[in-house]
Ligand binder design. Structure first.
Ligand SMILES: NC(=O)c1ccc[n+]([C@@H]2O[C@H](COP(=O)([O-])OP(=O)(O)OC[C@H]3O[C@@H](n4cnc5c(N)ncnc54)[C@H](OP(=O)(O)O)[C@@H]3O)[C@@H](O)[C@H]2O)c1
Length: 267
């Protein structure tokens, strides 16, 4: 594992205790960023923090909090200030899925997911953008999903929230052109993390195992695209081909086929 010191400034990564967020934090540490990892579970965060610290010479910090808490944004700003380092990168990764028919899923759970997937990145970016803009070069990486490219029955609110992240990121990237802040939106396909189990997607497990990849290669592709200043990235060749056809073929038939697979599994 190559380490490049920590001269690239500080990166805040949300949802960094496990899964894709932990892998992105480690990748950023290897690329020379100091990292501030945010999630709820202190134990998981501490493990991920130690791995990142081993990769970047010790500059890894953690903040255990619920991103939906009313004071979350203020506490993250404080934690950034406490590091004494310039903020140069924000990764909005924390997210949650929910699998099922819209009418059958509890609305409170769906709303909570929508807040985590949409409100949190918007609020946090707004809170930290002034700091990012102080740096001569800075990066914003938003984690969306391939579900952003087409509606899928059983993932209505999740897919909608990820489509929001993609559209918001594209517009933000245009608005920030000419500033030092580059915006990248990543739209991964299936990643083998605890995500599907938490989303209640056990019925899709065999497909996830067959077509999914571990978080490490996905993190590598996302960070590489971010550092190159690419506006959008779909990790994995098969996913890129699928996303291409999702965007050029008529949405109706494509979405009916995709939705059919998910509905059949739901039973
Ligand atoms: N896995 C996939 O197949 C897949 C595919 C496409 C896109 N994505 C997207 O990739 C991102 C990461 O997914 P993943 O697979 O790594 O998920 P994951 O394994 O479930 O990890 C989610 C992370 O977010 C944290 N988190 C959840 N709720 C939080 C809250 N309220 N406050 C603070 N932290 C919170 C979790 O830690 P705590 O529970 O300790 O807080 C955990 O560290 C998500 O945005 C997801 O939508 C995933």
């Amino acid at each position: 594992m190559s380490t490049k010191g920590n001269d690239r400034g500080l990166a805040v990564v949300t949802g960094a205790g496990q899964g894709l967020g932990a892998a992105i934090a480690l990748e950023l540490a290897c690329e020379g960023f100091a990292v501030l990892l945010v999630a709820r579970s202190a134990d998981a965060l501490d493990q991920a923090r130690a791995q990142a610290a081993a990769a970047n010479g010790g500059k890894a910090f953690m903040l255990a909090l619920d991103l939906l808490a009313p004071d979350a944004m203020a506490r993250i700003r404080e934690a950034v200030a406490d590091t004494g380092m310039p903020l140069t990168c924000l990764v909005n990764n924390a997210g949650q899925g929910l699998y099922g028919r819209f009418a059958d899923l509890p609305i409170a759970e769906q709303h909570r997911m929508m807040r985590l997937n949409m409100d949190v990145p918007v609020m946090l970016t707004h809170a930290l953008l002034p700091l990012l803009r102080q740096a001569p070069r800075a990066w914003l990486l938003n984690i969306s999903s391939m579900t952003a490219y087409g509606s899928i029955a059983t993932l209505a609110a999740y897919g909608g929230s990820k489509a929001f992240v993609l559209r918001w990121s594209r517009a933000l990237g245009v608005e920030l052109k000419g500033t030092g802040v580059r915006v990248t939106c990543a739209c991964p396909g299936s990643i083998t993390t605890g995500f599907t189990a938490r989303a209640g997607m056990q019925a899709m497990d065999d497909l996830a195992k067959k077509f999914g990849t571990g978080p490490e290669p996905v993190a590598k592709t996302c960070v590489r695209a971010m550092l190159k200043g690419r506006a959008e990235v779909v990790p994995g060749l098969l996913n890129r081909i699928t996303a291409f056809f999702q965007q050029v073929l008529p949405a109706g038939p494509v979405e009916r086929v995709g939705s059919g697979i998910y509905l059949k599994r739901l039973g």
